[in-house]
Design a protein around this ligand. Sequence first.
Ligand SMILES: Nc1ncnc2c1ncn2[C@@H]1O[C@H](COP(=O)(O)OP(=O)(O)OP(=O)(O)O)[C@@H](O)[C@H]1O
Ligand SMILES: [Mg+2]
Length: 301
Amino acid sequence: MSSAEIAVKTLRRLEPEDLRVLAVIELDMSRHRYVPEADISRLSGLTPKQVNYRLQRLSGFGLIHRWVGPYVGYALSTVGYDCLAMNSLVKADLIEALGKPLGVGKESDVYDALSPDGRRIAVKFHRLGRISFRQTRRLRGYVAERRHISWLYQSRLAAEREFEALRIVHPHGVSVPEPIGQNRHVVVMSFIEGVELYKVSEMRNAEEVLNEVLENVRVAYQKAGVIHADLSEFNVLLKPDSHILIIDWPQFVRTDHPNADVLLRRDVENILRFFQRKMRIKRSLEDILEHIRHINMGFAS
Ligand SMILES: Nc1ncnc2c1ncn2[C@@H]1O[C@H](COP(=O)(O)OP(=O)(O)OP(=O)(O)O)[C@@H](O)[C@H]1O
Ligand SMILES: [Mg+2]
């Protein structure tokens, strides 16, 4: 069972005091890697004896880690953080039930889920800070100066960034999942059926698909002032109706970002490389960049 699945199961067994202690540990983790037991007592308003009882329960459920150093301290586990986020999202009436995993990777776990009004939604848990060169690259720019960046903070920041990007580009008609909600490291969005482009080996209308990807890049750039900055065949879904969807936005930048040109170029290059290699379509990178950066009417093939 994955962390999110364990969290959902465990959530049902938690009592309000368990959640209160969990939230206090989360809060104090901005100051301590391991939160001292005395702080938990003070901040939760529970007696030391009550706190001790809650800490044992939470440890037993695997929601916190106990650390013994110069003092005894506690830190949230991934499951503990998932519990806090799921509790808030359920209380906010955004999620009714978590379903099957859609993609469980290094940097996120995405689940099929149901909203209280019966809508099919996608729930993305960001998981950063687990040593990866790629993550460091993706995060560079928005967490540059902090020396110790906890996984908790990185993951929440990634979710906030992704939700922000979706909220900016979606109203402009860029083909992305509809943003529904966000809490901590979790983003809730509309579910879209589709296959990642890299898995598609045959396309009848490859020219149109390519045009549609580039047109979305152009609208995001021109109308929303946003560059995806991690665009590739891994982050474009091809829907059953042959239209596309661009996902995975936490590393977006604004078009006034100092690296905007480099990032836009890399995004477009990745897409063109894929279509050239797999679909034998050749386009001029420079012409396309010109199209994207300047006002005009879409892409001729
Ligand atoms: N809104 C959605 N609807 C349906 N499926 C989705 C949605 N968002 C993401 N997915 C699925 O989850 C997968 C991973 O999503 P995404 O690209 O956003 O995360 P990631 O950060 O790249 O994760 P990873 O670490 O696995 O690479 C996608 O390839 C897709 O299959
Ligand atoms: Mg991705």
